[in-house]
Design a binder for this molecule. Structure first.
Ligand SMILES: O=C(O)[C@H](O)[C@@H](O)[C@H](O)[C@H](O)COP(=O)(O)O
Length: 259
């Protein structure tokens, strides 16, 4: 697992623009090397702002959208099209505006989908979809995603992995979560082993209320107490922050990217 590199941008707007630009560069690099790429999206304020900035950027044309697999790190278990689903937000912010191949967009199942209103069955269905997409060189039950983005909650959660909850002890690639402290209570999430299968993990956070969680994510806290401390990529872990989210870091840990 790759130790984190911390980059600090001036404010949430510059942060979202910079992450969108970074995503273009990264996907162009992997697609030019391999012809295809994969990205895992996150819900939440900053994650969605990044998608909006990407949709607004002329550089988005550089991405070969039809040769991109789009996955989600977690989902709120609600009916299809529900405004609170992470999928709904991502489609409105970006996916409805670019030429993605619908067969390569992989939303997590909805509560009114074919798996029925059973989040455990829905999690298994998503795990099967990931398994089918994994290639021998991935050496595991999920693809080694090129980029996996994560928001960070004030309690240190990432995806729908909340502190102390059983999902953090689960070795299955995707699990159902019941009783999440952030509404809605029923969710589906990748587990830490699936997150750690990604080549690059980018944690993105903005705002003073995230400062403590970010400090703990970079400490030697255990992932059961601070799930963000377990979010690490195989080759690269980036922690992309605005100044407020970086305000409790020990001096010298971060690189100032946009003073
Ligand atoms: O369901 C969700 O909301 C997300 O998947 C969750 O993990 C989110 O990314 C963080 O809670 C940060 O959210 P904000 O950026 O909105 O604070």
């Amino acid at each position: 697992m790759s130790p984190p590199t911390v980059l600090v941008h001036r404010d949430p707007t510059v942060l979202a623009k910079a992450v969108a630009a970074r995503l273009v560069t990264r996907l162009v690099d992997v697609q030019s090397a391999r012809g295809t790429g994969s990205v895992v999206l996150t819900g939440g304020g900053v994650g969605t702002a990044v998608l909006r900035e990407l949709a607004a950027s002329g550089a988005r044309e550089a991405i070969d959208w039809r040769n991109l697999d789009v996955w989600w790190g977690d989902e709120r278990f609600l009916p299809a099209g529900h405004p609170e689903r992470n999928e709904t937000g991502a489609r409105a912010a970006l996916l409805d505006h670019v030429d993605v191949d619908p067969a390569r967009v992989h939303p997590m199942p909805a509560s009114d989908g074919p798996a029925g209103n059973e989040p455990e069955a829905a999690a298994e269905q998503y795990a099967a979809e990931l398994r089918a997409a994994a290639r021998p060189e991935d050496h595991g039950p999920v693809p080694s995603f090129d980029v996996l983005m994560l928001g960070v909650g004030p309690d240190g959660h990432v995806a729908s992995l909340f502190p102390g909850m059983p999902a953090l002890h689960d070795e299955r690639p995707v699990v159902a979560v019941r009783g999440a402290p952030k509404p809605p209570p029923v969710r589906i999430t990748l587990t830490l082993p699936s997150i750690q299968a990604a080549k690059e993990v980018w944690m993105i956070a903005a705002g003073e209320e995230k400062a403590r969680a970010v400090r703990l994510a970079l400490s030697d806290a255990g992932p059961v107490q601070v799930p963000a401390a377990g979010a690490r990529g195989r080759r690269r872990t980036l922690v992309l922050l605005d100044r407020a989210a970086a305000s409790q870091l020990p001096p010298g840990i971060e690189r100032i990217a946009s003073p």
